[in-house]
Design a protein around this ligand. Structure first.
Ligand code: ADP
Ligand code: MG
Length: 740
């Protein structure tokens, strides 16, 4: 025993230097293994995310961030996990704070990261950057894992690591507490170093070990720190004997521990993956060669029990089986499949597994929402195009009607007119007015009509006031229930618009009821909106009719009974007010139309009511400057104004109008101008004339007003607006208002 110890003493004394060297080297070896295992586990996690992404999961930002957060919570040392698109732009970041700044940056443009990212792109293999200063303020590195679908690059999973965090978390116990440590890249770039490494390395033996991280080689160097290095020979003996024992035990335990840790790590990853798939709202299943679902997630089990043939539940079995066959032959498949008892459309991919396990991975995504969205968008675009067409026609039509009815009215007012001609003219005027009504409804649909500036009404009061009128519109055998509700509901719209919506819906409801029935009209509050609801228990509509009801001139009614403009104008008004129209209908059960309009804040109570003009004031030797480019409208309006006792200066465009002002002996009191004219628009002309004659009143006329004239402009110029075609009184009223 003593001789043994003595020998040991001798050996120790003799080989002290070598022994210390050997121990240090052993510690370096162990530290390198620990560090590279620690990093490898994280790289496996990044790779797992890549695989899931390739399988078509995690294809929206929220799901991606949620899953990455789970990984990051379980595995420390990540600064971020990002999704980078194939152009190198960082799209999704997890966790969003504090990495938000990285979003939108292009890694191909980053001076130090670009080579690695480019390599990953070119070689379709994971790549790692050298250590680089991160925008979080620490030294780190980034990995790029390319995501490939059918051989095509879709983007990268980008793991970003904080080196200090990685080193300190993996080596804190056992290594950092007893050693000074330095890590450099293969070509000497510093990666990590404890503050006293340099002086310690000059004094004591250094252990060195290389480790590999994704193909990059790092060199780890370590020196024992003072406490463990300065020890007496006696302590050395005990240390040595103890060390041998401990080393033996530790080797065993360490192996076991490492293996168990590895095992646990693997299990955890598998659990996470399983949970990800299980929680997915999409259908995931593994199908065997016979098409049986051998593994299914919760969504899949709603339709197919495990072990049942998947093909039993799809619409076109033959096509599905054929695709499955091709997938087993190694060719990924994508197709639309009708699935389940309701035959819902699903977007299905069949992907052969990488390691052939005799199964194909099926992923099926419910496609209903996308298809509905697509259909709605298409309908909206169609209606928009129709609106533009209708608006264009109505505009020209309006000009013609203004001329026809205007001239007819002027002639009709002649006291010497023979009676039979007067009757004819009444018919012409009546027909013209009906035409104008039609045109104005088309303009409403096209959203080219104008509401007065700042007009606002309380729907509750309005419906209350109109309920008797509505009642009279209904047949006796239809029970009408009107529920205006208790609270005021303000909406920025005109009374005429509200009446038009209400009347159209009531007439439709009445028309839908054959014999006895019930119609309910209500104002219902919603969140930020107010709904006008008109509900009937009439014949209802088929899906095909419901799809087309907003089209102008679409009607199922007999010739002369329906114009097909009712719902088109309701739709047009609602859209122009920033609202929308929803229709629920069932054949044989009834129809519910909901017009949703944005709520406005109630007006202040002292808002002045516009005063009614005095019709007696007409003319009174005032001078009107008329600017109108359409010669027919110009001459009919001139005659109309002259008959009302105005002096009229008429001009074919803005320039001519300005020239007239320069030359005129009498300055005009009022400018009546068309809005859209060549050379100079109505508002431009108005501003120019205002500069010369500050007190001049301004009236705009147009059959077609959109962006060219808005409420603000009207308010700024303190102008009035008259829609074409107008009745003489309307124009005179407006002139009175601005020149009073
Ligand atoms: P019109 O009433 O002139 O036919 P609308 O645009 O008002 O034009 O309506 C278009 C079509 O929509 C109608 O012809 C009818 O087929 C259908 N419709 C509208 N409202 C209802 C309703 N309440 N119940 C059943 N069908 C309706
Ligand atoms: Mg109708």
């Amino acid at each position: 025993m003593w001789s043994l110890l003595g020998a040991a003493w001798w050996v120790l004394g003799f080989n002290e230097e070598q022994r210390a060297r050997a121990l240090t080297q052993r510690d370096a070896d162990q530290a390198a293994v620990r560090l590279s295992d620690f990093v490898a586990a994280r790289l496996v996690a990044v790779d797992s995310i890549r695989r899931i992404r390739e399988a078509g999961l995690l294809d929206d930002e929220a799901a991606f961030v949620r899953s990455c957060t789970i990984v990051q919570r379980e595995l420390t040392g990540f600064l971020a996990i990002n999704w980078i698109d194939s152009d190198g732009v960082i799209r999704w970041v997890s966790p969003p704070t504090p990495n938000e700044r990285a979003r939108g940056k292009n890694v191909f443009e980053h001076p130090q990261a670009a080579p690695a990212a480019q390599r990953a792109k070119a070689e379709h293999r994971p790549a790692i950057t050298p250590p680089l200063p991160l925008f979080q303020g620490t030294l780190g590195f980034a990995t790029y894992y390319p995501v490939l679908v059918e051989g095509e690059l879709r983007g990268f999973i980008n793991g970003v690591f904080d080196i200090r965090g990685l080193v300190e978390r993996s080596l804190a116990e056992g290594v950092l507490e007893d050693h000074e440590l330095s890590i450099t890249t293969h070509d000497g770039l510093p990666v990590y170093e404890t503050p006293s490494f340099a002086p310690a390395a000059r004094a004591r033996p250094v252990g060195t070990k290389e480790l590999e991280v994704l193909g990059a080689r790092w060199r780890l160097s370590l020196v024992q720190n003072d406490e463990s290095a300065t020890s007496s020979p006696a302590r050395h003996v005990l240390f040595w004997v103890g060390s041998l024992l401990i080393l033996a035990c530790a080797l065993l335990v360490d192996r076991g521990l490492a293996r168990r840790q590895e095992q646990r790590q693997l299990e955890r990853e598998q659990r996470e993956l399983a949970e990800l798939v299980a929680a997915s709202p999409d259908i995931h299943a593994l199908l065997d060669r016979e098409g049986r679902a051998v593994r299914t997630n919760t969504a899949a089990r709603r339709w197919v029990s495990e072990g049942a043939a998947f093909g039993d539940h799809v619409g076109d079995r033959e096509a599905f089986d054929e695709a499955l066959g091709r997938a087993f032959a190694g060719e990924p498949q994508r197709m639309m499949v009708d699935f389940g008892p309701e035959h819902w459309p699903y977007d299905v991919t069949l992907a052969p597994l990488r390691d052939d396990l005799g199964a194909v991975a099926l992923h099926a995504k419910d496609d209903r929402d996308r298809q509905t969205l697509e259909r709605d968008l298409r309908r909206a675009q169609e209606l928009d195009a129709l609106g533009r067409l209708a608006g264009g026609i109505a505009h020209d039509f309006n000009n013609v009607l203004t001329a026809v009815t205007g001239l007819a009215r002027v002639t009709r007012a002649d006291p010497e007119l023979p009676p039979h001609l007067a009757e004819d003219l009444d018919i012409i005027i009546g027909a013209g007015e009906r035409g104008a009504e039609l045109a104005s409804r088309l303009l409403v649909f096209a959203r080219k009509d104008v509401t007065g500036p700042g007009e606002m009404i309380d729907l509750t009061a309005q419906l209350g006031a109109m309920s008797r009128l509505v009642q009279r519109l209904m047949r006796d055998d239809v029970t009408l229930v009107v529920e205006p509700g208790p609270d005021p509901m303000w909406v920025a719209m005109s009374r005429a618009q509200f009446e038009q919506i209400l009347m159209n819906l009531i007439v439709n409801a009445g028309d839908a009821i054959d014999g006895h029935g019930r119609v309910r009209v209500a104002i219902e509050p919603g969140e930020g909106v107010v709904e006008l609801v008109v509900e009937d228990d009439g014949e209802g509509m088929s899906e095909a009719v419901r799809e087309r009801v907003f089209e102008p001139f679409f009607t199922t009614k007999a010739v002369g009974e329906g114009t097909g403009l009712g719902l088109a104008s309701v739709y047009g008004i609602a859209q122009s007010l920033g609202g929308d129209v929803r229709i629920e209908s069932q054949v044989g059960v009834g129809t519910k139309v909901r017009v949703r309009l944005p709520l406005a804040s109630p007006p202040s109570s002292d808002a002045a009511q516009p005063s009614k003009p005095d019709p007696e004031l007409a003319g009174r030797d005032r001078c009107v400057l008329l600017a109108e480019d359409d010669p027919v409208v110009r001459s009919s309006t001139t005659r109309l104004l002259e008959r009302s006792g105005f002096r009229v200066l008429s001009a074919g465009d803005g320039r001519e109008a300005l020239a007239m002002v320069e030359d005129a002996e009498i300055l005009p009191d009022v400018l009546v101008s068309d809005v859209i004219m060549p050379e100079m628009s109505g508002p431009e002309l108005a501003s120019a004339i205002r500069q010369r004659i500050p007190g001049v009143g301004i009236v705009f006329t147009s059959g077609y007003v959109d962006d060219a004239l808005n409420r603000t402009q009207l308010a700024e110029l303190d102008a009035e607006f008259v829609a074409k075609p107008f009745r003489p009184e309307e124009l005179v009223e407006a002139i009175d208002k601005v020149s009073a």
